[in-house]
Design a protein around this ligand. Structure first.
Ligand code: ADP
Ligand code: MG
Length: 404
């Protein structure tokens, strides 16, 4: 049985016209002798009546912070509405369909509500439906615990649903339909001349997602990579072929002459920089500081350690907790709010000297102060004041000629 998983994002289902575009994609798959399994996200964005953010705001309007278990119950409603609407729209066009919740699709998770991890998948209902000639329409973003509690998989979790079902069903291909024509050299909302990338390797797109490109959930890429299922990112409303995400061998032929050192620029907003200042600290003190930060559940990034100073960044939501920890330890520290981490990514950066110097020079030319840097074999990140975010992303995109 040749199975294809087709995932449609929130903006792909917003009205009848869009849903008809989605249905065309499903019809095309059937014409190509594939058995489609459809995964849907909640309809729309914040402000739209059944979007995830609207549902969260509704429960928060009660005035207290909702219990995460109950938060998951309400968040899961968005996809349930979406799946029923999509299944019914398909039925109206003569297709035999059946809608499933995450739980009914056999997606079993742990009980870390709002960020649940998938433990295993038992897609018995889906397989039985396909055998009966039905098109399963599955609620993305959700699962169920072994005890029957509804869980959600975190922001962008429908991408994870699509990949994990692709893996569990041995799908030939996973298609992610969204509001852009593919994975681009930068977020097109920030960079007007961002270009669609034809083919990209799993590890590059994984890094793009990890470093802020929200076009795809990083976990969805990891799952596809481990089971070697090609992922295609495409627009619901156009016929453009989109971006193929695959392993090195499959895409080699396309890439050899066109490879650039840098393939994309990404950013993550809402970072806080913390500087722990000299206060007659010893290395043992550093260890104590890092342990306390970890115990407080704060995850730190871009860690630079100097003889008696430490710089690092955190999610701004954790600033208060961090300050409590540092005060308790009697550290001298400084906090810089409103930071953005911009990153350039490229597999070919590995071993090529001077890329950091180029990135620094691209930003300096625009008078953008760099607060901190970090790098790996295939990424270089610079921390800047968020007010320069657009300027910085565009400057790097231009400097490395990604729009050409
Ligand atoms: P969906 O609801 O379909 O999952 P998302 O909003 O999660 O859609 O992802 C699509 C959005 O990702 C685009 O509208 C785009 O603004 C943003 N985006 C950020 N970085 C990139 C990138 N490098 N390539 C493509 N889109 C990107
Ligand atoms: Mg998404």
């Amino acid at each position: 049985m040749r199975i294809i998983v087709q995932k449609f994002g929130g903006t792909s289902l917003i009205n009848e016209e869009r849903r008809n575009c989605a249905i065309k994609k499903i019809e095309n798959a059937i014409k190509n002798d594939l058995k489609p399994v459809v995964v849907v996200s909640a309809i729309g964005r914040e402000g739209d009546p059944y979007s995830t953010d609207t549902l969260i705001n509704m429960v928060k309007s009660v005035g207290i912070e909702p219990n995460p278990r109950e938060l998951d119950m309400i968040m899961a409603c968005g996809e349930i509405i979406s799946a029923v609407i999509m299944a019914t729209s398909l039925k109206a066009k003569g297709f035999d369909t059946i809608a499933y919740t995450g739980g009914q699709s056999g997606i079993i998770t742990d009980d870390s509500f709002t960020e649940a991890k998938i433990l295993h998948v038992e897609p018995i209902n889906i397989l039985n439906s396909i055998k009966k000639g039905k098109i399963p329409v599955v609620c993305g973003f959700q699962g169920i615990t072994e005890y029957g509690d509804i869980t959600t998989l975190g922001r962008g979790g429908s991408d994870v649903t699509a990949s994990i079902l692709g893996e569990a069903l041995g799908a030939e291909l996973v298609e992610i339909y969204t509001d852009v024509e593919g994975v681009m050299t930068a977020d097109p909302k920030i960079v007007p001349d961002a270009k669609v990338i034809d083919t990209v390797f799993y590890n590059e797109v994984f890094q793009m997602a990890e470093y802020g490109a929200k076009v795809l959930h990083p976990r969805a890429v990891e799952i596809a990579m481990r089971s070697n299922i090609p992922l295609v990112i495409r627009s619901t409303v156009s016929d453009y072929k989109g971006t193929l995400i695959t392993n090195y061998d499959r895409s080699r032929s396309f890439r050899e002459d066109t490879d650039k050192i840098v393939t994309s620029v990404t950013y993550i907003d809402n970072r806080t920089q913390a500087k722990i200042l000299p206060n007659q600290m010893e290395y043992e003190d550093f260890e104590l500081i890092f342990n306390r930060i970890a115990e407080a559940g704060i995850s730190i990034d871009m860690i630079n350690i100097y003889p008696n100073q430490i710089y690092f960044i955190i999610d701004e939501k954790q600033t208060e907790v961090l300050e409590e920890v540092l005060k308790e330890l009697d550290c001298k520290y400084e906090i810089v709010h409103n930071c953005t981490k911009v990153t350039i990514i490229g597999n070919r950066m590995r071993g090529i000297p001077g890329v950091m110097a180029k990135a620094v020079s691209a930003l300096s030319k625009e008078n953008i102060e760099i607060l901190q840097t970090s790098d790996s074999h295939t990424t270089i990140s610079c921390l800047i004041d968020s007010k320069y975010r657009s300027k910085a992303v565009n400057a790097l995109h231009n400097y490395f000629q990604l729009g050409d």
